[in-house]
Design a protein. Structure first.
Length: 253
């Protein structure tokens, strides 16, 4: 199974999961139907499933056009968001497994950005795997808490932080350079953040702005929201580790 990141809208990604040998594909968070439809037609792929992480329009806007062209495709999304997701056929919750291109994807409930947000984790053959995280985590930061609380997001990130370090994170927006720069300003003495920012700036200058997929290992090392037990960050925040540190991070301007 290959994962193809398709730029869409202003800064979104739509992800296509492709099994070229079987001429099948699945799509994650199609905010715009155009890019995935073009891929499916170009490569002669049948659409097996559409996976939705949450209900926002820039993640679901392309569902209906995709279904018109591929009416047999399942539409998978959170049971908690039933009624807010278009054309939902498979309502899922944490602990469910989804048959996907001959693989099994695990559903994780990750409320915070929205109350019904889910993520999908496809384990890799030799450790690691692929995490489709929607708007829960981005490079160097997390998603806005539109409907959830810091405590809910903390619980969600604990689940993600516990995945294998080699996990690839397919987050749905290209925000990495902006937020790693902000994190480096907040922690100017953090060598890992400084190195990450320098590498991102070199790539940007070379005309390569794409940073997705992220790796969980790098987010755990440099993303402040994954480091609620890091002594240096705790000293800067002036809080004990855990929830209190995470709440303080969420309060920062």
């Amino acid at each position: 199974m290959d994962v193809v990141a398709l730029p869409a809208l202003s800064d979104n990604y739509v992800f296509a999961l492709v099994d070229r040998a079987a001429h099948r594909a699945a799509v994650v968070d199609p905010g715009d139907a155009g890019p995935p439809l073009a891929l499916l037609e170009r490569e002669g792929l049948a659409l097996e499933a559409i996976l939705l992480t949450h209900h926002h329009g820039d993640h679901v806007g392309g569902v209906e056009p995709l279904r018109r062209r591929h009416p047999a495709a399942r539409v998978v999304g959170a049971a908690a968001d039933r009624g807010r997701l278009p054309a939902l056929t498979d309502a899922v919750r944490e602990g469910d497994r989804i048959a996907l291109l001959g693989r099994q994807a695990a559903v994780l409930d990750v409320p915070g950005h929205t109350r019904g947000h889910v993520a999908y984790f496809v384990p890799g053959a030799a450790g690691g795997g692929d995490l489709f995280s929607g708007d829960t985590v981005f490079g160097g930061t997390i998603g806005n808490l539109f409907e959830g609380t810091p405590d809910e997001m903390f619980d969600s990130l604990q689940k993600l932080r516990a995945l294998p370090p080699a996990t690839r994170i397919w987050c749905a927006h290209e925000y990495t350079l902006t937020w790693v720069r902000e994190a480096a300003r907040f922690e100017p003495d953090h060598a890992g953040l400084a190195a990450r920012l320098a590498a991102l700036e070199r790539r940007q200058a070379a005309g390569d702005p794409v940073t997705v997929p992220l790796t969980l290992e790098e987010e755990r090392a440099t993303n402040p929201f994954f480091r609620w037990d890091d002594p240096g960050l705790l000293a800067r925040l002036g809080t004990p580790p855990g929830r209190e540190a995470f709440r303080r991070l969420c309060e920062l301007p």
